[in-house]
Design a protein around this ligand. Structure first.
Ligand SMILES: Nc1ncnc2c1ncn2[C@@H]1O[C@H](COP(=O)(O)OP(=O)(O)OP(=O)(O)O)[C@@H](O)[C@H]1O
Length: 598
């Protein structure tokens, strides 16, 4: 099927172990070290009982069953049986307690990790989000964390117990009869060779599986966000078909990965049979020659299974560890990312008056195309300035630099004469407020949405802000007024109403510099009038920068800057610019023409 959607892959995971991630993971475990040592001790106890059981059976056969000493044998047998019962009960009790403790520690660790990851994501530079599909970030917070959760809760402790069991079994096998022990383990290199052969293939196949899952996530995200467009263009069937195809790809990738992962099992079963043959041939000889007892022979039979069982589990855990390694690589990769403002302590905290200056500013995004070239402009404190220009001219890019979502490649952006790179981001952003083109509505009430601009605002302040931007009347007409719950993206509100709410949110924040990325959407005349009046209220007593699409909004602007292909080509007041033959005049004429046409 033709690839309709392109979701960037997270990149291959080529190495077996990324030491930086392992180190980071261990550092992350440090606060839990005492609890983990406790759980490890319990695991050790569990393994000891597991390892001792076949030895006790072997001794019971040799010392109590074989001698047939009547009552003395029965007493000994009862003693060994009681020992076995005590060991089993101990193993069960310790196992249950260990699992409960480990789940609690694991949950705490995962909860900490999730919070650390979430707070790191909050402080990442905007550039990071441009290069990542939202679905892939979801995958890290949900899917990758779930993988690590599984490994922390089950994988690590099982691995530890299996290793302890192996060490115990090997020690006993060699102590009892080192020649027989060594012979039985002759097949170990064969298993290693096969697992080495499979390792790379398993890794690649699990990596493919992960990529398919990320693709499903990304497509789900796109489909839900773009539902209106999908339904408007009747693309539902096509979307379902595409989803089914990537869903099938996912199943195929899973089949392949799990088939490869299972390949080790028959090899291990074969080695168990080989081990048993060696034991039966050489063991019988040792019994005949009196070197070995029947009890030890039975003990060896049990230990052969006890030896290969953990090897098989470790083999299967290996692929789980590889997936976990890929997940931890992604998670700690994000945590290691530099935040948008890494040297925050060294920065100035200033009280902003509101003068803005761009000094010889040039900038390009990652696509190497110049978005801004040598921009020089100054906006005095308290002025209203407007950026005008055709689509792609660089207006939003200027705003992005002013909010410090990006830093210029050349030149400086200054506020009150200070380079904004020297102002702490939270200090800067607490005094700058951006009202984006697409007003964002969070899940919550209207009151919560307005209060987002000032979390400790009183109900009265919320009402005052809404009144100032002419939103109060429409809010009061809603059934629950300010307590009307809004779903994400504010589905029940009109575009204009959403915009008024985001204006109220801005005015309640009372910033020194207000940036308005004006909506391009057509709105009715009444809402337009409301918005015009709201804008006037917003501009009082602060510097305002407007990215203007409707030129009617900026007639009174103190300065208008006209951009074209990233360059500043005209500047002045409306009066100055309309009397000059240039781009601004062309825009005005074009809008007049379109308005008459309507
Ligand atoms: N995130 C980005 N990554 C790469 N290039 C970008 C990005 N955002 C914008 N650009 C490019 O930078 C240039 C300026 O874009 P910008 O968004 O600043 O224009 P604009 O004047 O605000 O346009 P519009 O009026 O359509 O919003 C364009 O060529 C655009 O393709």
């Amino acid at each position: 099927m033709k690839q309709r959607f392109v979701y960037p892959n997270d990149g291959p995971f080529n190495h077996n172990f990324n030491w930086a991630s392992i180190f980071h993971f261990l550092r992350f475990m440090m606060p839990y070290r005492k609890q983990l040592i406790g759980v490890t001790a319990l695991a050790l106890l569990g393994s000891v009982t597991q390892v001792l059981a076949p030895a006790i059976i072997a001794i019971a056969i040799d010392k109590a069953i074989q001698p047939r000493d009547g009552e003395a044998s029965i007493r000994l047998l009862l003693m060994y049986a009681s020992l076995m019962i005590v060991l089993c009960v101990l193993q069960m009790a310790v196992g249950r307690y260990r699992i409960r403790r480990m789940s609690r520690i694991g949950q705490q660790m995962i909860s900490d990790l999730r919070s650390t990851l979430f707070s790191r994501i909050q402080s990442l530079p905007i550039r990071y989000f441009n290069s990542k599909p939202t679905g892939s970030i979801h995958q890290h917070i949900t899917g990758d964390i779930a993988v690590l959760e599984d490994i922390i809760m089950n994988g690590t402790i099982t691995l530890l117990m299996d290793i302890l069991q192996l060490v115990g079994v090997i020690t006993i096998l060699l102590i009892w009869n080192y020649k027989l022990g060594a012979l039985i383990m002759l097949t170990v290199p064969l298993v290693f060779a096969v697992s080495r052969f499979l390792r790379k293939r398993i890794r690649v196949s699990f990596q493919e599986l992960r990529a398919k899952q990320a693709c499903i996530n990304a497509h789900l995200n796109d489909s839900i966000q773009g539902m209106k467009v999908t339904q408007a263009y009747e693309q539902e069937e096509e979307n379902i078909r595409y989803f089914e195809s990537i869903n099938k790809d996912n199943i195929r990738a899973w089949d392949k990965a799990s088939a490869l992962n299972q390949l080790l099992i028959p090899v291990i079963q074969l080695t168990i049979v080989l081990g048993l043959i060696i034991l039966f041939v050489y063991g019988s000889y040792l019994i005949q020659t009196g070197v070995m007892t029947v009890g030890l022979f039975v003990g060896y039979t049990n230990y052969i299974f006890n030896f290969w069982e953990p090897v098989q589990r470790i083999g299967q855990l290996y692929s789980q560890l590889l997936i976990g390694m890929a997940s931890s690589d992604k998670i700690f990769g994000i945590i290691r990312q530099e935040s948008a403002d890494p040297e925050v302590e060294a920065k100035e905290n200033i009280s902003i008056k509101g003068e803005i200056a761009f000094e010889q500013v040039s900038f390009q995004y990652d696509n190497n195309k110049m978005a801004l070239q040598e921009i020089d402009l100054t906006i005095k404190a308290g002025q209203m300035a407007a950026f005008v220009g055709s689509t792609g001219a660089g207006k939003s890019t200027l705003i992005n630099l002013l909010c410090r979502f990006y830093d210029p490649d050349q030149g400086r952006v200054l506020i009150d004469g200070t380079d904004i790179r020297n102002i702490a981001n939270d200090n800067l952003r607490s005094q700058i407020c951006l009202v984006p083109q697409e007003p964002f509505i969070f899940s919550g009430t209207i009151r919560d949405n307005i209060r987002y601009g000032k979390l400790d605002a009183t109900d009265e302040e919320v009402k005052l802000a809404a009144t100032a931007v002419h939103a109060h009347d429409f809010i009061m007409r809603l059934p629950q007024g300010y307590d009307t719950p809004l779903q994400e993206q504010g589905g029940m509100l009109s575009t204009g109403q959403k915009q008024l709410i985001s204006f109220a949110r801005a005015i309640i924040a009372n910033p020194r510099i207000l940036i308005l990325d004006e909506a391009t959407a057509n709105i009715d005349t009444e809402t337009e009038r409301n918005i015009q009046q709201a804008l006037k209220a917003l501009q009082l007593d602060r510097t305002t920068v407007v990215v203007a699409h409707r030129l009617s909004t900026i007639r009174d602007a103190d300065q208008i800057f006209v951009l074209d292909h990233g360059k500043l080509i005209e500047q002045g007041t409306h009066q100055q610019l309309v009397h000059h033959v240039g781009s601004y005049r062309q825009f005005i004429e074009m809008q007049r023409y379109l308005a008459v046409g309507e």
